[in-house]
Design a binder for this molecule. Structure first.
Ligand SMILES: [Zn+2]
Length: 339
């Protein structure tokens, strides 16, 4: 099969890779229908994380082509969505809703789903089948559920977005934009998107943002305070993962409020005393997307939400290098790869 390998920072190659096979009786093999490039794939691409001939990709939707002897909840021919961690969905951590920290969690990025096929460990716990074969126009939205929508949704839930709340969103990448969509669906009264890019502001407004703040850092905090009677937002979604974005989120939150942080943390160092006196709740981490998949698939299937709008570039798998370059250079928010 063909699949993406990051040879070294900046060098994306599509190569012949071994066809995946069933290894454990709990595995399934899927033929991938669509995959995509994640903001987090840019960390190794830019050399900020190690990159030495690693398979890439952890977002996927596709059709089951084989199952192990122990798999019972999905069958050959099912169209399925899974997330970036395989999970058993039965251990105490999974049952509490934290499948990304499952005691048996396996990292899908190590398998690499920017490929024609993928082995999915713990298929019964990991995969959720759609009600039938999806219409082609639903595939981008179902793919979004695999990571960026599920992650934005978790951030909105972790930030306790809900009726009557003012939600601020730090970060205008795909996750931040879908955090806006999630906050809207969860009933937030006011949603402030922090963005300096006209195209992303437009999408944020389509997804339900009521206000746009272009300032960032301390100026952004000042603006959020101005818009909230000096108090700060009830709920803040952090979807970047840098020191500046994390402090912007914490300082934009009113005492008693909640930060949902899902930007993968890079060199973030939190000041203890400031945090102590802030009186806020911090809740985040790798999103347990699996918790939300049934609900998200339902909302997409019923055409209540259209998160697939975040994909503003679609290329065939063979042109993966162009997709990485476009996202790296911010010519694209999120690139979909057709397989
Ligand atoms: Zn588990």
């Amino acid at each position: 099969m063909r699949g993406v390998i990051l040879s070294k920072p900046g060098v994306v190659q599509v190569e012949d890779r071994p066809d995946p096979v069933i290894i454990e009786p709990t595995d399934a093999i899927i033929k991938i229908a669509a995959t995509c490039v994640c903001g987090s794939d840019l960390w190794p691409y830019r050399g900020d994380d190690p990159a030495d001939r690693i398979p890439m990709g952890h977002e996927y939707v596709g059709t089951v082509t084989a199952i192990g002897a122990a798999v019972t909840s999905v069958a050959v021919g099912d169209f399925v969505v899974g997330s970036f961690f395989a999970s058993d969905n039965t251990c105490e951590i999974c049952q509490a809703g934290y499948q990304s920290r499952c005691v048996h969690a396996q990292v899908m990025g190590e398998i690499g789903t920017q490929a024609e096929y993928a082995r999915i460990p713990l298929a019964d716990g990991t995969l959720v089948a759609t009600p039938g074969a999806p219409d082609a126009d639903l595939i981008p939205s179902l793919l979004a559920a695999s990571d960026v929508l599920g992650t934005g949704w978790f951030a909105a839930v972790a930030a306790e977005s809900g009726p009557g709340k003012t939600v601020a969103v730090v970060g205008d990448g795909a996750v931040g934009l879908l955090g806006v969509l999630a906050a809207k669906q969860l009933g937030a009264r006011r949603i402030i998107a922090m963005s300096r890019h006209a195209d992303r502001q437009k999408l944020a407004l389509e997804f339900g943002a009521t206000d746009i703040v272009e300032e960032r850092g301390d100026d952004g905090v000042t603006k959020i305070k101005e818009l909230t009677g000096g108090l700060g937002a009830h709920s803040v979604i952090e979807a970047v993962g840098t020191q500046e974005s994390m402090m912007q989120a914490i300082r934009s939150t009113r005492p008693g409020g909640h930060v949902g942080y899902v930007g993968v943390s890079h060199d973030v160092d939190l000041p203890g005393l400031e945090l102590f006196f802030s009186g806020i709740h911090l809740h985040g981490g790798p999103a347990p997307v699996r918790r939300f998949l049934p609900e998200l698939i339902d909302l997409i299937w019923n055409r209540t939400i259209d998160p697939g709008k975040v994909f503003d570039l679609t290329l065939p798998l063979e042109q993966a290098a162009d997709a990485y370059a476009a996202m790296d250079q911010r010519r694209a928010t999120k690139a979909l790869l057709t397989v």
